[in-house]
Design a protein around this ligand. Structure first.
Ligand code: GDP
Ligand code: ZN
Length: 318
């Protein structure tokens, strides 16, 4: 039999079959020994095969399908083990706001970079549009054009005014979705507006938890009333904490990826080198100067101490 892992508790795995049944499963004993050094062999979103005897109360997982992508948290201790937070994510939505609180652009670019590195498709949701004045709306338009030009879908909405929700619902439908964003941008309000059957309280989904708050230890996928899932994974803050080499950073800026080959030096960092195709593209306005600025900041390791994507340091300091 086969299915998808929709909840893990550490030793138990809840597998949903294509027919909709949920089967409690354990993992075959020798599973952990195989290959990858992870603390958990399977995670929510994994497609698995399992056996279940008619007279048995639970099933036994014996195989996982190859993952399309996954988000991994590297452990800080000496064991060098890593923990898989979630697998097979169809779309990561970064919820941002340009007012109360204002999400810094560096935060958006860092999230996008990490999602690219994990091979997770990413879209941006600009929430609280009902609060934007003329200047903020002008900024919104610059961002939309900038991000759409490099292939990221942008949605504009107001969770409280129930505006712009339909296109987001359509994008989420029948997919495995992940929502992230800095505290206060309206993730809980938005998720409840998108699917009122979820009744998520502020701070209830672990992705929204502030540092230090007690978090649930269970990873879970909540089914959406209109089809698909929303993932709730403790530790998703780590999403923003991947360390990149200089080469990787430009690789994960899609507008730079294809130009790199035209730089004079093949180890060009696109900062100070002569005959750099990236710098030339910035001068010719083919690469947005704000994105290039973000690239330089990421290279320099600025904001590196930012604890991931859920918290916004500037806001936290207030
Ligand atoms: P989270 O921390 O990202 O989950 O944010 P919440 O969902 O808790 O929202 C934070 C605050 O922003 C709450 O007071 C919400 O009512 C408010 N809020 C959320 N979305 C909107 C919106 O679209 N417009 C306005 N004006 N307020 C919003
Ligand atoms: Zn270059």
């Amino acid at each position: 039999m086969q299915g998808i892992i929709i909840k893990t508790t550490g030793s138990w795995y809840y597998v949903q079959t294509p027919e909709g049944a949920i089967v409690d499963c354990k993992i075959k004993g020798n599973f952990r020994l195989k290959g990858i050094k992870t603390t958990n062999p399977v995670a929510i979103g994994d497609h698995v095969f399992f056996n279940k005897e008619v007279n048995e109360a639970h099933g036994v997982i014996y195989e996982i399908e190859t993952r399309r992508n996954c988000i991994i948290r590297k452990s800080v201790n000496l064991s060098k083990q890593s923990h898989i937070l979630a697998a097979n994510i169809d779309e990561a939505f970064l919820v941002v706001s340009l007012y109360q609180p204002r999400t810094p652009q560096g935060f958006m670019d860092r999230f996008i970079l990490t999602a690219e590195a994990y091979h997770v498709p990413v879209s941006l949701i600009f929430n609280k549009v009902d609060l934007y004045d003329a200047d903020t709306l002008a900024l919104l338009n610059v961002y939309i054009q900038m991000y759409q030009a490099i292939g990221y879908r942008c949605y504009v909405c107001s969770a409280t005014e129930k505006q712009g929700l339909t296109s987001i619902q359509t994008a989420m439908q029948n997919k495995v979705n992940l929502f992230s964003g800095n505290s206060g941008v309206g993730k809980s309000a938005l998720i409840n507006a998108l699917d009122p059957s979820l009744h998520i309280k502020t701070g209830n989904i672990s992705t929204y938890h502030n540092k230090g708050k007690h978090t649930t230890t269970f990873a879970e996928m909540h089914p959406l009333s209109f089809g698909g899932y929303i993932m709730d994974t403790p530790g998703i803050r780590e999403f923003g904490m991947v360390a990149f080499t200089t080469e990787e950073v430009s690789l994960y800026f899609p507008e730079m990826r294809h130009l790199k080959a035209h730089c004079q030096f093949n180890n060009c960092t696109h900062v100070h080198e002569p005959r750099c195709a990236i710098k030339q593209a910035v001068e010719e306005n083919k690469i947005h100067p704000w994105r290039y600025k973000s690239y330089l900041a990421i290279l320099k390791g600025e904001e590196v101490e930012t604890p991931g994507l859920i918290e916004n340091k500037q806001d936290a300091k207030k």
